[in-house]
Design a protein around this ligand. Sequence first.
Ligand SMILES: [Zn+2]
Length: 346
Amino acid sequence: MALKLKNPPGLSNRTITLPSAGYPYRAFPELRGGQINVKAFTYEIESLMFGATGDNTAKQYAKLCLLLNKLVEWPRGFNPGELLEGDSTFIVMTARALTYPEQYHTFETTCDACGEQESHNLKIPDHLPQNRYPEDFRGYATYTTFNENVLDMRFLTLNDDSECLRMSRTRAQKNIIDSDAQDNDYQLNRLSMALITANGEKPQNLEEARGFFKEMPTDERDEIIRAVRLNAPGLNSRLTIRCPKCNEMYEAFIPITMDFFRSRSRTIRTELPGGVRIGVPGPDQRSVSLNGTATEGHAPDSRRNEGGGSQGPTGGTPAPLAPAGANGPPAPPPPPKTQPSIVQTS
Ligand SMILES: [Zn+2]
C-alpha cells in the first residue's frame, strides 16, 4: 500500500494567454485567442528538466517538445514544435513559477551614466514586460534599416530553430564552414528562415536569403537580429531603469535566454500593425478569474485590445491598468525594486 500524503494537493495549474494569442496556430480552432491551461512540474517533468542541459541540441529539442506535451493538453494533432519560441518559453516559465511560487530571480544592473550598481529581485514571468500580439496579427513585421532595406520577417518556431541548428552543424561536420563559424552560420540561418520579402521580393529559397544577409554590412545585420528579438511575442527581457543616484534612464537586459544583446539600438524602424503590445508590464492580464470575468492588460493603443475583445472565448470587458500582482494570489508579493517601464519601439 502506497504512503498517503495528508491533504494531497491537486496539481497547480493556471490558464494563460499565449503571447501570440494563437495567431500562428489558426489550423487549430481550440487555440484561437491563445488561451491554454499550464500545469506545474511534477517530479517526472522536473527530472526531464535536469537532463536538458548538455550540448546535444537535437536531444534538447526533443526534450523540450516532450516537456511541452506534459505541461499542456494540446488539441489532437498539434505538435509543440510548431510553437513560436516565445510562446514555448512563456509556457515553461509559467510552469516554473507555478512550481516554485516564491522563487525570485536576482540580478544586478549598472547605470551607464554614473556606474551605480543596483540589485533587482523579480518574479519571472510576472514581473517581466511582455510582448503581446493580437490573434488576427498578419504574421510578420516590417523593418526598415538605416540603409533603407525594407524587410518583412516572421517569428520562428521551435521547429524552425531546430532546423537552423541542424543545417549549421551539418556544414561544420562536412567542413564547409569552420566549426568556430558555426554560431554565425546559425544566426544567418535564423534570419534567412524568418525572411518573407526583402525590398518587395520573395527569396526563391533559403540559400538566396542567406546570400542577401551575407552581403549586408555586419552592423546592419546585427541591428535586424536585435529588432526582431525585441519585438518577438513573449517575455521581453529589456528593462528601462531610472538610476536612483543620478536619475538618468538606462536599459538593462535580463539574461533569461541564451543570447541577449548588449549593443544599443540605432536606427531600425519597425512597423507593427494595430493591436501589438510591446513591453506590456505585469503578469498575463487576460487570464480568466474564478468568477468567469476576464481582465485586460494595458494597451498603448486603446482602440484595439488583442483583437479578441469581442470574439474571445471569455467576452470580458477591458479593465484599467492593473499593477503587477493585483490579480495574483491573496498575498501579493512585494513590488519589484524596478518597475519595468512601457517601452514603445515604433
Ligand atoms: Zn546613474
